[in-house]
Design a binder for this molecule. Sequence first.
Ligand SMILES: [Zn+2]
Length: 433
Amino acid sequence: MIWKQDIECMSPAELKSLQSAHLQRLISYIYQNCPVYKEKLDAAGASPDRIQSIDDIKRLPFTTKDDMRDNYPYGLFCCQQEGIGEIHISSGTTGNPTLVGYTKDDLKLWGDVMARVLCCAGAEPGDTVQIAYGYGLFTGGLGFHYGALEMGLRIIPTSSGQTARQLKIMQDFKPRIIACTPSYVLYMAEQAKEMGIDPTKGNWKIGIFGAEPWSESMRQEIEAAWNMLATDVYGLSEIIGPGVAQECQHKDGLHIFSDVFYPEIINPETGEQVPEGEDGELTITTLTKQGIPLLRYRTRDIVSIRHDKCRCGRTSPRISKIKGRTDDMIVVRGINVFPSQIEHVLVGIEGTHPHYQIIVDRQARKMDAVEVLVEVEQRFFSDEIKRLNEIRDQIRKEIQNVLSIGVKVTLVEPKKIPRSEGKAKRIVDKRTL
Ligand SMILES: [Zn+2]
């Protein structure tokens, strides 16, 4: 089943003409409604009269996460505040978080693209979906919720966590679809076995996993553990949340809904588009969003793209799984973590050195775990142990406040963290993807 057959299976010429019409309308709209964008467009020589087709997108300025933070909260809004129906906030680096505002039409769009996601993964009307992505300011839970409502699925909104209860619900209601992060579904399989439950004995058909990078070997592990088809979903809050791209049952790239989220793959250094099939930074223009439309938003995710028709019948282009990042951000349990966030915490704590290291691990199929090594002044090691514990607890609490995830903090003596020439190695990612 294809949710928007007329759009998802359009000929390339029809698609281009639709994208062109959307882009022209978008540029006029934001030029009239957002002074910050108007200034940027004028500076780039991209006033509405110069945008005739989607090919003119190259004239538009890029938008970055910094632009969103610098204009927090309302600078990039293109509608009146009363027009905003829902807001979400994602963790930023230091300073301002990133605000995402949806108008009522944006929420409809979200429901529509998420219904496309569910269908693309293989959902059918009448299916039951257990949504074990977090609900709340994180966009995962509600995004899936709106899509499942739109499609008319039966929803079990468990949100994330409380694993024993999740497993009980699975046994009692036998959902056919689960949506959560890939590391969480593996963790649940492990917990199920410990409780004497066989995860393959459900009614499973499909899993829709995302919000963190994962590999083909993880896919095989999940499919074997649960006896289900494991598919990859891509999205980011700045653009809309989940709902930007989704794998179909052929698992041969993620269909990106390019009629509304126009993708460009660029060389992150030069900003020029790279040839088809080559790796580059995914850049997205939201062609129809009203609240905070984004022009050529630099996702920092490295992917490749292809435009050939898929065996499923969809003509929408396909992006590869995420192959890496252009910055040093890591994604842990769906949360963006930047080293600068840790640094910011440490600056405020007396007696710590600016030397730290973040270690991420995924041992024994547990949830991703974060350990932060922090160098503290030698004197603390000769003081009472109580003082050392106090500092450690303070660092742990403050980091948890900033990141919204628990971390282990280990204090070490000065010069214990390896120094490198050049750029300090702040992150050690031991996760096997
Ligand atoms: Zn396909």
